[in-house]
Design a protein around this ligand. Structure first.
Ligand SMILES: [Zn+2]
Length: 343
């Protein structure tokens, strides 16, 4: 079980980043992996804060979620004999930092600028290789420094997407239980309980979680980290990724860049909950309250495209048994999407 050693969440907590590094006995120089926008928001600031405490650092600007960006970061880190990687940004920077750190076998600190997906804490990285989205095993961050002042100012869509990624734990757990019963798959009660509780909490708080509020940013970040911890306990992404994630990945394959990961996971959860015979209306209502999309039209996705993604979702990660293995026909997929009002 690999877990972060320090999780610091709070308003203005970024000012203590150098002290966190010192407490963890980390050594510079540090490579700060960030994006062109996030560099202005936080990347340069981290560099200044580290310099004050005698840490040398260099900023690496990432431009795309591609594996060759990891090669570029790795080269720079090797040339400058970096001892530490700090990711300051959203999904892209964090994923690149995660993989660079494992290649160099040096620690990495995650500084998320948005609460948009559970990758801020997980050991999985999702990057594009030869045009295909691939999930690669990396490492859990040694520390997470989540500044709610910064995160609360991220675009509202990102927070809603993060909630969609957490709510997807509902169907991920149902799929896991199915695999346990039908395939005798290894199952962790602790991981499943933590993952379910986290999703339930977001549903219960759906009417109070609002973008721009630091308290909301705090709740969602904590929930994303809890999902990450559940995955660490399980030793796989099982507690937070089931049939709804397969649908999200299939959508990205068929119609790339239409929507955010968490938005697709949210839509997928409504449909998969229906297929499981569960309370899909509760999921849909919560997503609606959170401002997340609850129909294909809101994401400018054609009904045919959505049905095709549903019918092909089972081709993604076929070794992971889910409700889709019962054999979802295209007609039944269309019906499920219609009944739930997705199309
Ligand atoms: Zn996810």
């Amino acid at each position: 079980m690999e877990l972060p050693r320090v999780v610091a969440i709070g308003s203005g907590i970024i000012s203590g980043i150098a002290d966190i590094c010192i407490d963890l006995k980390l050594q510079g120089p540090a490579l700060i992996v960030t994006g062109p926008t996030t560099s202005e928001i936080i990347g340069k600031e981290i560099s200044k804060l580290l310099a004050k405490s005698g840490f040398e650092s260099d900023v690496f600007l990432s431009y795309a979620s591609r594996l060759d960006e990891v090669d570029r970061a790795e080269r720079l880190a090797r040339e400058n004999e970096m001892n530490l990687i700090i990711a300051a940004g959203g999904g892209r920077s964090i994923d690149i930092a995660k993989l660079t750190s494992i290649r160099l076998d040096i620690p990495f600190v995650s500084v998320p600028t948005a609460a948009s997906h559970d990758g801020i804490c997980s050991a999985q990285a999702s990057l594009t290789l030869n045009g295909e989205a691939t999930s690669i095993s990396a490492r859990t961050p040694l520390a997470i420094v989540a500044d709610t002042k910064i995160i609360s100012q991220a675009p509202p869509r990102l927070l809603a997407a993060g909630c969609g990624d957490i709510i997807s734990n509902y169907t991920a757990i149902l799929d896991w239980q199915l695999a346990k019963r039908l395939r005798n798959e290894e199952y962790s009660e602790y991981a499943a309980a933590l993952s379910s509780m986290t999703a339930r909490m977001i549903v219960e708080l759906a009417t109070t979680i609002r973008p721009g509020l630091e308290e909301s940013a705090k709740i969602v970040v904590k929930a994303l980290i809890s999902s990450g911890v559940a995955m660490s306990i399980a030793g796989s992404s099982r507690p937070a990724s089931g049939s709804e994630h397969k649908f999200a990945h299939a959508m990205n394959r068929i119609a790339p860049r239409k929507a955010l990961h968490g938005e697709l996971c949210g839509l997928g959860t409504i449909i998969m909950m229906y297929l499981h015979g569960g309370d899909w209306r509760m999921i849909k209502e919560a997503l609606f309250q959170l401002g997340a999309p609850t129909s294909a039209a809101q994401l400018d996705i054609e009904p045919e495209t959505l049905v095709e993604a549903l019918a092909k979702a089972n081709e993604i990660r076929p070794e992971r048994y889910t409700i889709l293995d019962s054999g979802l026909t295209k007609r039944a997929a269309a019906k499920a999407a219609e009944v739930t009002g997705i199309i």
